[in-house]
Design a protein around this ligand. Sequence first.
Ligand code: COA
Length: 327
Amino acid sequence: MTVSDHRAAVLAGLGTCLPRPVVSNADLALAVPTSDEWIRSRTGIAARRRLPPTADVHDLALAAAANALAATDGEPVDALVLATSTPKRPLPGGAPEIAHRLGLGPVPAFDLQAMCSGFVYALATATGLISGGVARRVLVVAAEAYSRIVDPQDRGTAVIFGDGAGAVVLRAGAPDEPGAVLALDLGSDGSARDLIHLPGSSPYLAMEGRQVYRHAVDRLAASALAVIKDCGWTAEQVDTLVPHQANARIIEAVAQRLALPAERAVCAIAEVGNTAAASIPLALAEAVDAGALQPGHRTVLTAFGGGLTWGSAALRWPTVRSVRSEL
Ligand code: COA
């Protein structure tokens, strides 16, 4: 395909999938010394989803991907990027399996690991594939099963993380179309890699919650501002901010840093917790269905995760369908 400087990546469909069972704060309080009141007031989380033992992260990814495809006009996709930090197995990557199970044919398919920033990194990668002429239509899938790496006895992490998946289809289009990715910002800081990591000595995730909190607010706000500036917008012109759903207090703090009214920052964490890479597409679906995200809105997605990694994307929200299901 010819490489075009003017070929934009345009959002064309959105799909999500959440597993069952639902695990409430009260359920968790049976296993660890915590309380519904503590969890709600410190994180904004009331419940999270957990993959049943009979399913794996690929089942979630597949369902979200199929839903995103169903939300489009059915044109075939010609590349698939899977963002996950909780893969079913160390190798091979899951993306070729998802592509095969979807019947996409021999399309390029690969995994991307940027922890909770994975969706924005994958969106940027897909944008590059499209604008570079490598692909015309890319399926970006973010799927996570943190329940498989969180210690159920660790109240610092068990209360926060949940399982889920979200996916979008990006297609080649014009930069002035609604849905065109207008600006991207990505970054990392490996010096703080141990703040959220899997220690070799344990199968479970270790997190320095308080330090992560501080970095998250700084990086989310700075990265969001970078794309706002690149678009020639001011922060007050942003209609909808869709931050990584790490903690409701982090979302509020980021909105404050940007001097945005709190209601313009989507907070959809209450029923799903922090679903890592899947959190932004899940929050997008919630916002679309609640009518908070409307066509034409100046929209900024901003993510932060272990690594450390962070990233943001800006677009004008298009008229787009969202298809959801449960597993
Ligand atoms: N239930 C009850 N008490 C808890 C608790 C829980 N689940 N977790 C911690 N505590 C206690 C601590 O032991 C501590 O008690 P102490 O004062 O007697 O020592 C107290 O609550 C405060 O702990 P602290 O860790 O300072 O709480 P916090 O306000 O920072 O909240 C997090 C903890 C994890 C909710 C918060 O730091 C956070 O959300 N961090 C970011 C995490 C994140 O977003 N990770 C993913 C990034 S992609």
